[in-house]
Design a protein around this ligand. Structure first.
Ligand code: UDP
Length: 239
């Protein structure tokens, strides 16, 4: 295995849907275990890894708002869903012997530590995988924005955005067979073309902090490590 990974500190964003596997809802433990083993591979290469998990497999705030309910309460429910996913992924990593700490943007000291930049850097420096739970801690945001924010705070050299497909396409490749795949793009091009890979706030924050976004398939076993070793398949978004 390469002793010279491309980056020494990275942030992985995994959507909640990635954890649900073929099920329509919730967490498929076998899938969480597989994603954890991909993270473990990268960690054992000596790379510092932060992870932001989404909550869409359990709850999204818009589901409440679209039925006339209060959006802020809905978003609180969504943020709690991300904590459930973070605990599941931490459990999978610990089963593999990988030291892991969950830091939540919403204080719940009986369950996990609260997020602070200082705590995050401390755990990363100790070689622990840090899972950032609770999104940004604020309604009206997404876990993509949380990923860009935490990446900047932890000094990550790249954001690895694990998606359902192996990069950014001109259109949805699942519905449009003509869609073409990009090898590289700039942050500006992603924004100008309106490519739906991460939300606008997340891409803008990554651009402002000159953090590349590497879009790859979360379902490709070993894909995360392969890219860090200079191979793999991905679209790379840089300045
Ligand atoms: N959420 C929020 N603030 C944040 C991050 C997430 O309010 O900073 C809520 C929001 O309701 C969102 C839900 O948590 O729909 C789950 O997050 P997201 O949709 O980003 O998850 P993913 O699509 O990545 O699974």
């Amino acid at each position: 295995m390469s002793q010279n990974p491309k980056y020494k500190r990275v942030l992985l964003k995994a959507s909640g849907e990635a954890l649900m596997g073929e099920q329509g809802f919730g967490i498929d433990v076998a899938v969480a275990d597989r994603i954890a083993s991909d993270i473990a591979k990268v960690r054992t290469m000596g790379v510092d890894v932060g992870v932001v998990v989404g909550g869409g497999n359990i709850f999204r705030g818009v589901a409440v708002a679209s039925k006339g309910g209060d959006r802020v309460t809905g978003d609180h429910m969504g943020m709690l869903a991300t904590v459930i996913n973070a605990l599941a992924l931490a459990t999978s990593l610990r089963k593999l012997g990988i030291e892991t700490e969950v830091l939540s943007a919403i204080a719940m000291p009986e369950i996990c530590q609260s997020f602070s930049q200082r705590a995050a850097l401390h755990h990363l420096d100790k070689g622990r995988v840090v899972i950032f739970a609770g999104g940004t801690g604020n309604p009206f945001f997404t876990t993509d924005s949380a990923a860009a924010l935490r990446a900047a705070e932890m000094g990550a050299e790249a954001i690895f955005k694990g998606t359902q497909v192996d990069g950014i396409y001109s259109d949805d490749p699942k519905t449009n067979p003509e869609a073409s795949r990009y090898d590289t793009l700039t942050h500006d091009e992603v924004l100008d073309k309106g490519l739906a890979v991460m939300d606008v706030a997340a891409v803008a924050l990554a651009r402002e902090n000159a953090i590349p976004i590497i879009v790859f398939s979360i379902h490709e076993e070993g894909g995360f490590a392969a890219i860090l070793n200079g191979g793999g398949r991905a679209t790379v978004v840089t300045d």
